[in-house]
Design a protein around this ligand. Structure first.
Ligand SMILES: Cc1cc2nc3c(=O)[nH]c(=O)nc-3n(C[C@H](O)[C@H](O)[C@H](O)COP(=O)(O)OP(=O)(O)OC[C@H]3O[C@@H](n4cnc5c(N)ncnc54)[C@H](O)[C@@H]3O)c2cc1C
Length: 378
């Protein structure tokens, strides 16, 4: 695949930064369930955080593929940092870029691009996950404001984000749309802290809205066709997530390859045993397959500039399922050491498992592909 200078150079710069700054601390964030704030600050200083924002608002207008190359490198050391960054690249700000007025763009994108604010994206509710049509968080129009009531849970950066992009059901037309709600807004309570098995640096929290008054200008999208439009943005979000599964699998595989050359059985390195060579070969093939799917989905702009449901869902399914398979195989290659906290393998496996839930489960993604195929004319 042809690459721009940025695409050739940036992954190398990020790989070095990851080795020096992120990798040494990844274990600490996992063990302490700690939000890796320093990483986000450093990424902001490097102007990586707001890099997808158009230059007019202080960013560098980078593409989904540019983002994917960076996320993949960061996920090799700390998938939580990669997911926190991914929300800033491929989730909420994309909605602001495409749906808001110049005034709102200036208000939110300029401080965001200079690293002063972070976004979250809040869809999931205690009783509603996969089916967004069932959302029960409501927005009612009163004068020039919307009054929001309801609750969201498992929200990445739910505790530290300054601006939440919140999916709601509008009472006047029953449509699903979204609003921007700022930290500190009266009637918004940020709390909880999800105790997940892996991805423990996500800063996952709850948002509760109790007659929370949101100015009309913070409305991003509502009305007929709004959910379809939001799902179009979501195709890009899925590809960003797929690159994080790819990074986890690559990191685990590289550990396995290194280990298989130094660990001996009967004075022969593991890699000399054909059964283990075949395992390594299978993993290398799978990773190449993941990479091709993720990169080509990241370059797909066939749906109004975004990847289509097939390319994005296929990349997400293959990447997240293969990452589990590969991290599990790597654990076998490490034997009991893989199951011990001495090596990062058990963390890779826990983190890989977590990526399957975010942004649509494999079942829901297969449904998306099914609907797409039903509409396809041969
Ligand atoms: C680490 C992590 C980070 C997260 N970050 C965020 C975030 O930032 N923002 C946010 O809004 N949410 C976030 N979530 C929540 C996540 O988006 C939801 O978990 C996900 O949408 C699935 O919803 P659910 O868990 O309620 O499962 P449910 O919707 O209750 O589904 C239960 C099971 O049924 C299956 N299923 C559902 N519908 C169908 C169907 N039609 N056909 C067949 N099977 C089906 C599902 O695949 C699943 O196996 C996060 C979750 C995790 C684990």
């Amino acid at each position: 695949m042809l690459r721009s200078d940025f695409q050739k150079l940036m992954p190398k710069i990020i790989a070095r930064f990851v080795k020096d700054e992120i990798e040494p601390l990844a274990r600490r964030w996992d063990e302490n369930r700690e939000y890796p704030q320093e990483n986000m600050r450093k990424l902001a200083e490097m102007r990586i955080l707001g890099m997808r924002v158009p230059p007019k608002y202080g960013g560098s207008g980078r593409s989904l593929f540019d983002s994917v190359l960076i996320l993949e490198q960061i996920a090799k050391a700390d998938p939580s940092t990669a997911i926190n960054l991914h929300i800033q690249h491929n989730a909420s700000p994309i909605y602001v870029i495409h749906c808001s007025s110049d005034k709102v763009k200036e208000k939110f994108l300029i401080p965001f691009a200079s690293g002063k604010i972070l976004f979250s994206m809040a869809q999931t509710e205690p009783d509603v996950g996969s089916n967004l049509n069932d959302l029960s968080t409501t927005a009612r129009r009163v004068g020039n404001d919307y009054i929001v009531n309801g609750a969201k849970c498992m929200i990445t950066l739910g505790r530290n984000a300054n601006v939440h992009l919140v999916y709601v059901k509008f009472e006047d037309d029953n449509s699903i749309g979204c609003l921007l709600i700022e930290k500190g807004q009266e009637g918004l309570y940020q709390g909880g802290h999800e105790d997940f098995l892996g991805l423990r640096g996500l800063d996952s929290g709850e948002l509760v809205f109790n007659d929370c008054r949101v100015p009309e200008e913070n409305l991003l999208i509502k009305g007929r066709g709004s959910l379809r439009q939001m799902l179009t943005f979501f195709n890009g979000t899925r590809v960003g997530l797929a690159s994080i599964s790819l990074g986890i699998a690559e990191a685990a595989f590289e550990e396995a390859l290194r280990y298989s050359k130094i660990r001996t059985i009967s004075r022969k390195p593991l890699i000399e045993y054909q059964g283990l060579q075949w395992k390594l070969a299978d993993m290398a093939i799978k990773i190449e397959e993941m990479r091709q799917l993720v990169y080509s989905a990241a370059k797909d702009t066939s749906l109004n500039g975004f990847p289509n449901p097939f390319t994005s869902s296929a990349a997400r399914i293959v990447a997240s399922e293969s990452a589990i398979e590969i991290t599990n195989m790597v654990m076998s290659i490490f034997g009991a050491y893989g199951y011990s906290k001495e090596y990062p393998i058990e963390r890779y496996l826990r983190d890989a498992r977590g990526t399957t839930f975010i942004g649509g489960t494999p079942e829901v993604l297969r449904n998306a592909i099914g609907s797409y195929l039903k509409k396809r004319n041969l």
